[in-house]
Write a protein that binds this ligand. Structure first.
Ligand SMILES: NC(=O)c1ccc[n+]([C@@H]2O[C@H](COP(=O)([O-])OP(=O)(O)OC[C@H]3O[C@@H](n4cnc5c(N)ncnc54)[C@H](O)[C@@H]3O)[C@@H](O)[C@H]2O)c1
Ligand SMILES: O=c1ccn([C@@H]2O[C@H](COP(=O)(O)OP(=O)(O)O[C@H]3O[C@H](CO)[C@@H](O)[C@H](O)[C@H]3O)[C@@H](O)[C@H]2O)c(=O)[nH]1
Length: 322
């Protein structure tokens, strides 16, 4: 089968593109390199440097489906520049859906997020929980989910939105390298590498046991497995929404401690003010993904996830020095 992967020069998209290639599929990556890297595109994938707003230029009926990763995704930045997020995430996806309709491509897998729920009333979070995003990033992703529901009902699109919790780890040559980096695990690893003096803990007065935010970390390769299953599960006219997480939460301090154990580095930490838009606790119920997709994550161990991310961070920093 032939697939269009938007955002396939980024972290998650590149890992999923790699999995599609390994499963024997043909892959075209469409990415404007706004936050991605040309060298992140897996060998064997065709690459188009372009914007999803212009997807109509490249989409045609030879594509079985689109896997849509392209977006801006930094919670903190979205609070200070909401217009940037509405424009790219919502405006861009609207253009992409129109291009798919025009080209007759009737299947979509979309990268949604735990940030659509906001501060949960109950954890683990189920897909029927209230959606009250606490930041513009989550609001744009929720708006796209609604847009997709309408597209499925009105025009027969078969769609799956995967609401990722906190993605981490690496797979082969592909890993996390946002620039600038804002995610916790890669930043703590930069401290371990001596590229940063200390990690800032954004708030230690949350209503959690150690006062720091709790998140559900999921290995990027487990996430990739879910995308391939979603391509099979998508049914014309239906929009399925599935959380993807391990159902176990780790506080910011527990993550830092795990990085100390994996890397053997002391990792100094400093308490900093809360970051705008951060919910205290995000932990998934992935029961729907297990039931409807047949998904079975196998890499839930946080130390293993951190070890894979560490190996990747060491490899790219060696490459950077050469
Ligand atoms: N990383 C996480 O923890 C996480 C969690 C939940 C959801 N998500 C979602 O998963 C997706 C991928 O996240 P990531 O961490 O890989 O981010 P990333 O920034 O590494 O990748 C996004 C890619 O999309 C490209 N892009 C952005 N706007 C584009 C446009 N208009 N046209 C073409 N290309 C464009 C960027 O250049 C980049 O390569 C995003 O949609 C994000 O919202 C990520
Ligand atoms: O230097 C840092 C960086 C982060 N944090 C905290 O660490 C936690 C995790 O932060 P981060 O790694 O930035 O991830 P999130 O803000 O939880 O967002 C990620 O996970 C969400 C789903 O849970 C996705 O929607 C987003 O796209 C993805 O970036 C949060 O409490 C942050 O406040 C720190 O304390 N110090």
């Amino acid at each position: 089968m032939k697939y269009l992967v938007t955002g396939g020069a980024g972290y998650v998209g590149s890992v999923v593109a790699q999995h599609l290639l390994e499963a024997g599929h043909e892959v075209t990556v469409l990415d404007n390199l706004s936050t991605g890297f040309r060298e992140g595109v897996p060998a064997g994938a065709a690459f188009v440097e372009g914007d999803i707003r212009d997807a109509a230029k490249w989409l045609d009926s030879s594509y079985e489906a689109v896997l849509h990763f392209a977006a801006f995704s930094q919670v903190g930045e979205s609070v200070v520049k909401p217009e940037k997020y509405w424009d790219n995430n919502v405006g861009g996806t609207m253009a992409l859906l129109a291009a798919m309709r025009e080209a007759g491509v009737r299947k979509l897998v979309f990268s949604s997020t735990a940030a659509t729920y906001g501060e949960p009333e109950q954890v683990p979070i189920v897909e029927t929980a209230p959606t009250q995003p606490t930041n513009p990033y989550g609001a744009t992703k929720l708006a796209v989910d609604h847009m997709i529901t309408g597209e499925a009902a009105a025009h027969g699109l078969g769609a799956v939105s995967l609401r990722y919790f906190n993605v981490a780890g690496a797979y082969g040559a592909q890993g996390e390298r946002h620039n600038p980096e804002s995610h916790l695990i890669p930043l703590v690893l930069q401290v371990a590498q001596g590229r940063r003096e200390a990690i800032s803990v954004f708030g230690d007065d949350y209503p959690t046991p150690d006062g720091t935010c709790i998140r559900d970390y999921i290995h990027v390769a487990d996430l990739a497995d879910a995308h391939l299953l979603a391509l099979t599960a998508a049914q014309p006219g239906e929009h399925l929404i599935c959380n993807l997480g391990n159902g176990e939460g780790f506080s910011v301090r527990e993550v830092i401690e795990t990085v100390r154990q994996v890397t053997g580095h002391p990792i100094p930490e400093v308490v900093a003010p809360r970051r705008g838009g951060d919910p205290a606790v995000l932990v998934a119920s992935a029961a729907t993904a297990r039931e409807k997709l047949g998904w079975n994550p196998t890499r839930a161990d946080l130390a293993g996830i951190v070890a894979d991310a560490w190996e990747f961070a060491q490899r790219i920093s060696t490459a950077r020095e050469q």
